[in-house]
Ligand binder design. Sequence first.
Ligand code: SF4
Length: 496
Amino acid sequence: MLDNPPNLLRLSASVDAFKTNKRHCFPSKAAVRGSLLEMRRSNTVAFVSAGMLSPKKRDHMLARRQLYLNYGALSLATILNDQGFKTLLVHGEHREPSELLDALVQDGTLPSSLPVMLSIPSFYALGWAQRFCKLVRLADPCAKIIVGGRWVVGPDPGWLRKKLPEADLLIPGLAEPVITSLLTATPIVRRLSAPTPQFVLNHRLVSGFERYQPSIEASRGCGMGCSFCEERDIPLEKLLPAEQIAAALAMIAGQYGTSDVRPYLQSSMFAPNLNWSTCLVSAVRSHGLEIKWRTESRVDALTPETIACLAEAGMKVLDLGLETASPTQILSMRKSAHPDRYLHRASKLLKACGQNGVAAKVNVLLYAGETAKTLTETRSFLDEHNEHIAGVSVGPVVAYGPPKTANILLHEWSGSGCVAVDSRSTDETGITHVHLSREMDAESAELASLDMSRRYMNANAYYRLKSFSYYPRDYTRHDFDRDVDASDKSRLPFRQ
Ligand code: SF4
């Protein structure tokens, strides 16, 4: 990796222009003393994935162990690295922002002559990002802070600007087409979309990469119109060719130096046909791969024949967005206009998973208008398919986003008696918890969610699913048992 890549002379000139023009940086002597200004600047582009001050669902020790690879930020870091820039991606996880900043200073990454790229993957990471920005600005008044994260920046950049006054630039869309320009004096900040990347993520750019399970972006978008989902209107792109996926699996094994990795094929709706799946089997065989992987889909997007084929190609876990089995709720979520057909296909798919050794993890969403009756309908369906279900993830719907977007959802939901628990939180945090209906308030929805999780999942099932993708790769069953012992059992979503 080159500190001053020779093929980037033109860009380097722009960067120099940026360095001199960017901000009137005349800190007081007191600010200079003891600040990063006194230190030599690196030429590293530091990508920081904002962490969380507390876990997004229930706070317990096990939740704090989970790692989420920020593959969007890694995609940008990979592009810049391929162009010769020295790049690094660090994840805030559950560390204090000050701890992470200290580590970046200690290892010489900061201060840098190039921008700090802060990626905010969800509204739960906003508080962490605010603290981090303040600390960076305090330590280095000349730092350029660029903030991205399409789901958080995109809905209302004006709102986010007030939350992050220290940020120099907010990038509202996908940054792949403009990432190089962000290092220059003339950054492009237009809202843009970008196709599914054709390159393999360089996981070695991630600090402590061995702890994270890798990702392959298989396709972007969905466009199936579910009312609560941010991807509802973003059209589904063509899946990468099967041969390309197999080649990516092989490259990832090379990056990690082992086939003992569990890549996540990232796709909001992984929907290959039988032909594509057959090609994947051949391609995986011709590369001599035996890698187990996981992906996510709808319950009506894959046929049993396709499942059999994908299982042969290494698919071991499938996250399924069933969301509900109540015909009323299927309609109000706009999950499908044909609940009977939807549930029939869900049933066939779950059985196919069971028959082919694929662990089906079913996502259930308690939605606006939920009642004891609708919940019973979902529970009956899950009971019927219990033997084919490896685990569940259950939680009440939450309105994400600033008032500009969240209020549209809240207004729609109000028709079924759903109201915000605290309407101020929309503007304050971008996270609005709700009472689902007149019959089911937020507290009973949380209790019903825990109850349903425990009904279908014991500690073994939970550990198997979480350790496949989300726990650090070196996290053992012994570690898990120790953490269970140290946790508040009333908050754990599985039975002992
Ligand atoms: S199928 Fe899934 S990803 Fe697509 S719109 Fe519905 S919830 Fe979103």
